[in-house]
Design a protein around this ligand. Sequence first.
Ligand SMILES: Cc1ncc(COP(=O)(O)O)c(C=O)c1O
Length: 420
Amino acid sequence: VDVSNFDVKALIQDQTKTIQEKMEIFDHVIEEARRQKLYLFFRTTTGPSENHIDAVTLETGKTQNMVMMASNNYLGLTTHPDLKEATKKAIDYWGIGMAGPCTLNGNTTLHQEFEARLARFKGCEAAMLFPSGYSANIGCITALLGKHDFFIGDELNHASLIDGARYSGAKRLVYKHSDPADLERCLKEVAGSPGIKLVAVDGVFSMDGEIADLQPIVALCRQYKALLLVDDAHGTGAIGKHGHGAMEYCGVEGQADIVMGTFSKAFGCYGGFIAGSKALINWLRHFGRSGMFTAAVSPMVVAACLAALEVIEAQPELVARLHQNSDYVRRRLTEMGYELGGKDAPIIPIFVRDRAKVYGIVKEAYERGLFLSLIEYPAVAPGTERIRLTVMATHTQGDLDFALNLLQELGRKYGALKGA
Ligand SMILES: Cc1ncc(COP(=O)(O)O)c(C=O)c1O
């Protein structure tokens, strides 16, 4: 089996095979990838995820300390002492869980304080926690839209927005990536229809390292009386001078009807939220099914996330450092001749335009102490596979230079550099 070129999409769509046959073929591909020491997903790690990580190499099976550039731990908060301390205190006081939803089981003062602080951080009236960013998008979209309504989204939107739209039953329109004229075409198409129009866009495109140009989107939504949902999973805590997110970066803070965020990236933890008007949040508290028919985020997680918010607010230099590091990496990779995607985000996609080379570079980097992500279908469209490198505020100059020197060597070896 040619593991690096196996067509997973064709397998999934194959109408001639049963699901049992498909699973067996896929299982065989994974086992073959393992045998060829090319299975680059679910890699085994044996220590905390920081700027470095202990991970088990594929060739030798030995644990090695690596530079971590495959995590969304932008500010290095996963192991921050304030967060750990707050979590321990919360366990001692509150115990470990809520054993049910806040709707019925009680809403702690800790949850209430955190939601109020988040709302302020996002320039909104109110906020509601969800178990994850994924479920926040699902719960919000399905609570707002039904089959007589319209969901309008960028073609590169995150899966959670797409899935929310699908589950809602709304009619879906897709506009060309980052193309306001095409968004306007969609808005015009539905302008005469009575249903709700919801425009949804990633604030930072997670596989493309690109910050959405939100000004024209805000203006078009106003003009056509559409609601705007900005998925700021990767912006929250990482983008904008104060880490308020993509809206701050674009100068439109407080101008979206709905802002979604997650704690699984810059906050170093997990959980998600929706922020918006008080009326929206009260609606979601009672009709956002993925938030109400599920247990509340545990107090220890809320405490960790509240401590993260405090660090982000007290230390804007962390966000500044993140961007210095990412600007440096972008500049040097571009000088080497790599083709990069996006701009100004700490997510740096590296396009090699050859799947076997992508596998080769990610694998060899890993064996030599640099942990990168390999991105392929279903995260991105077939033919647009890429290496994804994420920068952290806590990467040292030594970490960055180690990664860059190795990537230069591998870029030459695999013929991945322009003009080389
Ligand atoms: C743009 C975007 N939206 C939503 C999510 C989901 O967030 P979470 O990890 O909290 O479920 C992610 C994370 O993968 C994301 O990148």
